[in-house]
Design a protein around this ligand. Structure first.
Ligand SMILES: Cc1cc2nc3c(=O)[nH]c(=O)nc-3n(C[C@H](O)[C@H](O)[C@H](O)COP(=O)(O)OP(=O)(O)OC[C@H]3O[C@@H](n4cnc5c(N)ncnc54)[C@H](O)[C@@H]3O)c2cc1C
Length: 390
């Protein structure tokens, strides 16, 4: 049986590994990127920790899997009647079963200027651009107050806000810049931080960030950005460094192939109880309209479910509500799962355990430990390429 999996992320990699146990399956993983990206540590890599914690080449992951072929291409078209997908290269990939796990893309909700002037941390290229900018600022030897604005009070914005101050101060020391303060604003449009979590957890996050010197501003809407300022609730804030952590959407692939897919109002693909969007076409992870889409654990859960279904399983899909652990600053995290929430050092230990399990979902245990340990390595330089260097 020929199985084509589009996407080399959490969902795609896990599905390929699960299916590879059956030697009769010929699996082709088509990915536009050469590496698996471990999103939960991007904030940490962006703030000066080793790139090895965030990227693992797909060829390393599948090295010992004889029935998995990895192809680098961007899929643009699906023809479900004829059972093939087509890549930008012009290549056609035929399948008996297709799994689509394309992840998300950044959206700026049409806010003028953000696309041009803001920085991001959702990919290698975004992180490189941000770090280049910060290094340039240091090389120029600026010793006046530096003002950083992070937009988005979700987990990514909160994690980044907790780590950015330390990183900027370390860079300043490294470049011999001694004077003046670092100001970090975290701007959120909703009335509280971490709007998907409980009120108590939001309060703890805001308190912790304030202790770390972050200026938390909720109920603030970004209106536009120019080269030197960001306009929030009608007021310009002078800043050379605005980091957009908000806004993710389904990739344009689904809109471009909309004659085949039914999309919900968020643009996510409606799937049946077996995660099928069309006969023989599964849609999983961030792309599927399921209750907890948008989390790595959900993508992994979907991948395991779909692999079982392809192998002949008959159970229906059940969404699971995964625990959330948000690190804020050194050795401190927030934990929340259903009614249970706590914070501090113990939550941070759980976060480390969750990361080891997360790496081990796609890597053998020894290599998972290696990726996890990489975070203790500081990286005060910008490598030529994060994802390809070993
Ligand atoms: C900054 C950040 C931090 C996060 N932190 C956490 C966290 O701490 N915990 C958590 O649970 N979740 C976290 N998430 C969410 C989590 O990363 C996603 O939910 C998860 O990656 C979704 O898995 P996926 O397989 O659907 O997509 P992805 O893992 O994004 O994989 C998508 C893959 O598809 C490939 N691709 C895309 N389009 C094409 C195409 N047209 N053709 C070929 N290949 C294509 C991409 O190259 C990529 O390999 C975070 C997300 C972000 C942005």
């Amino acid at each position: 049986m020929k199985i084509v999996i589009v996407g080399g992320g959490f969902g795609g990699v896990k599905a390929a590994l699960e299916l590879s146990e059956n030697a009769h399956y010929q699996i082709t993983v088509v990915s536009k990127d050469k590496s698996f990206q471990y999103y939960p540590t991007l904030f940490s890599t962006a703030t000066g920790h080793s790139h090895r914690e965030s990227w693992v080449p797909l060829e390393h992951i599948f090295r010992n899997k004889r029935n998995i072929e990895v192809v680098y291409d961007t899929i643009t078209k699906v023809e479900p009647e004829e059972k093939y997908v087509k890549g930008e290269s012009g290549e056609i990939y035929r399948y008996h079963n297709l799994i689509l796990a394309l992840g998300s893309v950044t959206t700026y909700f049409g806010i003028p200027g953000l696309n041009t002037y803001s920085y991001g941390i959702k990919s290698e290229s975004e992180i490189r651009a941000l770090q280049k900018h910060l290094f340039k600022e240091m090389e120029d030897g600026k010793d006046d107050e530096s003002h950083y604005v992070i937009i988005g009070g979700g987990a990514t914005g909160v994690e980044l806000a907790g780590a950015l101050g330390t990183y900027v101060r370390t860079l300043r020391k490294h470049f011999g810049i001694r004077k003046k303060s670092v100001r970090i604003n975290l701007v959120e449009a909703a009335p509280r931080l971490l709007p998907r979590m409980s009120k108590a957890t939001s309060k703890s996050a805001a308190r912790r960030l304030r202790q770390l010197g972050v200026h938390v501003e909720t109920n603030r809407r970004v209106e536009k950005q120019t080269a030197h300022a960001i306009v929030v609730n009608g007021k310009p804030i002078k800043s050379q460094t605005v980091i957009w952590t908000s806004g993710v959407a389904n990739p344009p692939f689904y809109e471009a192939n909309k004659e085949h897919f039914e999309l919900d109002k968020r643009g996510k693909v409606i799937v049946d109880e077996y995660m099928l969007a069309l006969p023989h076409v599964y849609v999983i992870g961030d792309n599927a309209a399921t209750p907890y889409a948008g989390l790595a654990q959900t993508a992994l859960h979907d991948a395991i479910f779909v692999a079982k279904h392809i192998k002949g399983g008959t159970m229906s899909y059940r969404a699971i509500d995964p625990p959330c652990i948000v690190p804020i600053g050194k050795n401190w995290s927030l934990f929340e799962w259903k009614w249970l929430h706590f914070s501090g050092w113990s939550a941070n230990v759980l976060r480390h355990a969750a990361d080891i399990i997360g790496y081990n979902d796609v890597l053998p245990f020894g290599r998972a430990i290696g990726a996890w340990r990489a975070r203790s390595v500081a990286e005060l330089r910008i490598p030529d390429s994060f994802s390809q260097s070993d």
